[in-house]
Design a protein around this ligand. Sequence first.
Ligand code: ADP
Ligand code: MG
Length: 716
Amino acid sequence: MLVGGEICRKNAVALWRFFDYNERTQRPVPEVGPLAKLSDPVTILKGVGPARAKQFANLNVLTLQDLICHFPRGYEDRTRLVPIAALEPDVPACFRAMVMNTPRCSHIRKGLDLTRVQVADHSGRLNLTFFNNRFAAEQLLYGQEYIFYGAVSGDYAGYGMTNPSFEAPDAPAVTTRRVLPIYPLTAGLTNAAVIRAVTQALAICDPPEEILPEPVRNRFHILPAHQAYLSIHQPKSMEEAEQAKKRLIFEEFFVFSAGLSLMRSARAQTVCAPYEGMDLTSFYEALPFRLTGAQLRAVEEILGDLRKGTPMNRLVQGDVGSGKTMVAAAAAVCAARNHKQSALMAPTEILAEQHHASFKKLLEPLGVTVELLTGSMTPKQKREARERIAAGVAMLTVGTHALLTDATVFACLGLVIADEQHRFGVAQRAKLSAKGEAPHLLVMSATPIPRTLALLMYGDLDVSILDELPPGREPVDTFLVGESYRPRINAFIRKQVQQGHQCFIVCPAVEENQELGIKAATVWADTLRQTVFPDLRVSLLHGQMKGAEKEAVMTAFARGQADVLVATTVIEVGVDVPNATLMVIEDADRFGLSQLHQLRGRVGRGKAKSYCILTSHNRNPETLERLKALCKTTDGFRIAEEDLKLRGPGDFFGARQSGLPAFRMADLSYDLGILKQAQEASAAWIDAWDGSDTPEAAALRRRIAELFQRSQGTMN
Ligand code: ADP
Ligand code: MG
């Protein structure tokens, strides 16, 4: 599925045509090169047979276009030519020297042959040693000059150089006298093989088309596309490589920002019937508490959106426990009053079930029927739920990805709510939205996102912030301890349980041996049951368990039928057990700060004082410093900023959960300056664009579709 493909047909908004790439992906890219097309498979290259193609496929390189977009991860500057006397130990450099003797080969033992040769220039002599390199022995001729590249080092055999690269001075510069690109590789594929393939590809087809208008390039000093693609692979200098890199980063940000702004303006141009009669008095009266000022403000902002007559697009961002769920409930009530269905997409089954249960209790008395739809329900249950959804009986459906499948059809979907948004990508939001006629969109995120990142991830959304916790919440006291505290931790767990409370214990792994020395939930649960707390009720929850099993464990724990829950990060999101007062996180250094903060948010949800204990074997002062930051503050925004600084956005939410697009080049930790420029440029471009389908616009559209499609894997 591609972003907006379906929406496009529905809305017929000119802007949406940008996303109408779905049906056209099959269309061949226009003939661009004299010999080959970018869409041709890599196997048309010389030296790329089925085996090599398979290696490339491991790197997601299938076509020439993929190959040309397989950018180096770094460079070796081999342009510097120095005299032998000026070579510095361990600093690789090129030098030109004459072979002073016939290379001598010696067989040391099976599998180890040495070739030794002495070379010299005007400044000095140098002994070279090659291991298992018959080629060197054959090629290096006494009395001839070559260009070498390598680093000198002193070892037992004296000062010398091992395994330098070399070429004849009149041979093409492939491994010496150039800036050598270093590519991401995979087993069996050498850097040299990638270089050969890329060089061929660049020679037989034109690089991807230009999408940055000339005025933009001039203004921000950006290389033209064809030059950037050449320079990124074959730079003449490190500066040229930098220039190329800047251009490609700029381009990615430009495409991404353009995609987001287009979605936003497409929605601004879409109309829907304004909602009416949204008196929420009965809803407020049904609540067991009064909404906080921040919650009320967010609800007001939502009501404002719903009255407008264009689809709402709002992010509600608030720290764990700030009460986002009730804000969503209010919105669903408004939709139901206007005879529109709502769908709430939760990232895990457990969370979906929990939301379902609490909404049912709260909303059904108000006349809003609540439905559940998750992947682990039986086929019969799912079918029946889908029937009620299709018939328009179910007014609020809570579910997981099962909501997205084609089998789920809504009678009149008016409001889409995505909980814990960072688990969902723009593409999935779009897919769910496409099930209604321009439905309102409400996104809820518990992870406080630093402004810079928020700009990227939610650039297309309006934002409400819940900056206030419900009254009576005390901050969770957090401690960082080493293994020597184990008896005290265990005693503390016991004490909490004796006081009638419950404890979470989070482990970084499910099973032993996934990584040595890391606490595994299954093993640790066994140990606790058998030796430490034989008298307590210890249960186990991890992601590899079946949906129904997980549900049973979680429900039992939430009902107080277990004292200690040993779990993996499956409990990270949303689960609400107000009676849990202690969270022990084992090997806390294995988690990101924001993730730890999320986990910690599972406690401190009730009236009783709550605690979080982080354990770590790690002795790295930086790691410990990082964890101590968590003990000092409970301000999610500050923690997030810290995390971003320390780990970079790729790791920000833990592996594969970043919700960020799969940029090939751009790195948000370093390139935020370029991001700002690109956003400015894309905004200006869109302002100036008259909506017509120029070649430039078509090219940009293709690139937007491509980026969002490629990002689906990481945005799930
Ligand atoms: P989150 O923002 O993390 O999703 P929830 O919506 O799950 O937070 O709310 C956390 C807990 O606080 C829930 O038990 C909820 O019932 C309770 N809660 C929400 N709003 C209020 C409020 N205004 N006053 C008291 N408790 C509240
Ligand atoms: Mg929540």
